[in-house]
Design a protein around this ligand. Structure first.
Ligand code: ASP
Ligand code: MG
Length: 405
């Protein structure tokens, strides 16, 4: 088998962790596999490098930022290769450009265009373990680029796709994807499998297990990902296409407190108003999530929508001039809200899932302010103070109650 393994910054944070990773890697190799390892910068290195840059020049060009940030991964690959050498295995470390990662020239948010795999293939043929710097590549001018924060996941999935690896194992500090946050919900359990689409929904909900772009790429090239822990040697969660899976109605209950609710009261109830509002928000590059518009009365209506918490003030400012011009009563925002979502491909074919969620929230005395649904997700906006309890009662209804749908 050809296996791509990726280890995040916390997995290689210090010498002991580096040796732990070296053992995981060499065990895989000893089983007779070809192994490519992608690593991130140690611990908080990337953040520290950003801080160093700020001290020198807060307006540094993105090209120089990439030159700086790519150095974090260079340290990791060399140290890991040294640890693997020490364990007595053949190994070679490669920077992104040596591994053939060609990207466009959007410094600090570069996209991989192709991977020239000859060098890696050669090293694998020589039976080397190949350790590759994640998060980086080279553009057509021969300059180093980086893929954006958290980009090493994407490096790993891209390599797995380009080399038709049998599996891409992504090691993190959690040991898989859970039915809810196990620190908050005592009966939460680890899922054996989850679909790409479900994983994407969870990632946008702030469950920081896998980088979004890496999941999109895995879906596009049908790369099977296993999410697992580098410390606990237990099977993780497989992320893959739906077809092969047992049907579970829902997979996970998620909480997102990074939400601001914008309320606009008393805009004219006439055509074009929603366009005027949301085109302004879009122009300011603010992502809108849930939208609610009231029924018109006395010639006016109310529009409420949500954005990321740190965009609340900006969204209000962006709209203030328009709101005043059309004589609306008021615009305000509130960050004391949370979005609770249930995610699962299984709900597509089951009616009553949303109703069940609303029922248990109602029974728990939790008021729903806004609702949005998609084929595989139901989200409600509630008071932030009730968020943890909401997750607990919803989780209980779908995963702990044998009478649940
Ligand atoms: N070291 C980079 C970062 O922290 C890339 C990664 O960790 O995936 O963003
Ligand atoms: Mg990192």
């Amino acid at each position: 088998m050809l296996v791509v393994q990726k280890f995040g910054g916390s997995s290689v944070a210090d010498a002991e962790r580096v040796f732990n990773v070296a053992r995981v890697v060499t065990d895989k190799y000893s089983e007779g596999n070809d192994v490519i390892v992608v690593v991130s910068a140690q611990g908080d290195t990337t953040d520290e490098l950003i801080e160093k840059a700020r001290e020198i020049n807060p307006d540094a060009s993105r090209r120089e930022m990439d030159m700086l940030l790519s150095s974090g991964e260079q340290i990791s690959i060399a140290l890991l290769a040294m640890a693997i050498e020490k364990l007595g295995f053949p190994v070679i470390s490669l920077l992104g450009w040596q591994a053939g990662f060609q990207t466009n020239s959007v410094y600090s948010a570069a996209r991989i265009k192709r991977i020239q795999t000859e060098r890696i293939q050669n090293e694998l043929d020589k039976k080397n373990i190949v350790v590759v710097a994640g998060f980086q590549g080279i553009n057509r001018f021969g300059d180093v680029t980086t893929l954006g924060r958290g980009g090493s996941d994407t490096s790993a999935v891209a390599l797995a796709a380009a080399l038709h690896a049998d599996i891409c194992q992504i090691y993190t500090d959690v040991d898989g994807v859970y039915t809810a946050d196990p620190r908050k919900v005592k009966n939460a359990f680890k899922l054996d499998e989850i679909t790409y689409d479900e994983m994407l929904e969870l990632a946008t909900l702030g469950a920081q297990v896998l980088n979004n772009r890496s999941v999109e790429m895995a879906k596009k090239y049908n790369v099977e990902i296993e999410v697992l822990s580098s410390l606990k040697r237990v099977p993780g969660t497989m992320v893959k296409e739906a077809a092969k899976m047992e049907k579970m109605l829902i997979k996970s209950v998620a909480k997102d407190t990074n939400v601001a609710r914008i309320m606009i009261v008393g805009v004219p109830d006439e055509p074009g108003v929603a366009f005027q509002i949301f085109s302004r928000v879009a122009k300011a590059h603010i992502n809108v999530d849930i939208i609610l518009q009231s029924v018109g009365r006395d010639g006016t209506k109310d529009i409420t929508f949500t954005v990321a918490a740190d965009k609340g003030a900006e969204a209000v400012e962006t709209l203030r001039e328009y709101i005043e011009r059309v004589g609306a009563q008021n615009i305000s925002y509130d960050t004391g809200v949370a979005k609770i979502s249930i995610v699962g491909a299984g709900m597509e074919t089951h009616e009553g899932v949303a109703a069940r969620m609303f029922e248990v929230l109602g029974d728990a005395g939790i008021n729903i302010q806004m609702i949005s649904t998609s084929e595989i997700k139901v989200s409600v906006l509630i008071d932030e103070a009730q968020a943890d309890r909401a997750v607990q009662v919803v989780h209980a209804a779908f995963f702990e109650d044998s009478l649940a749908l």
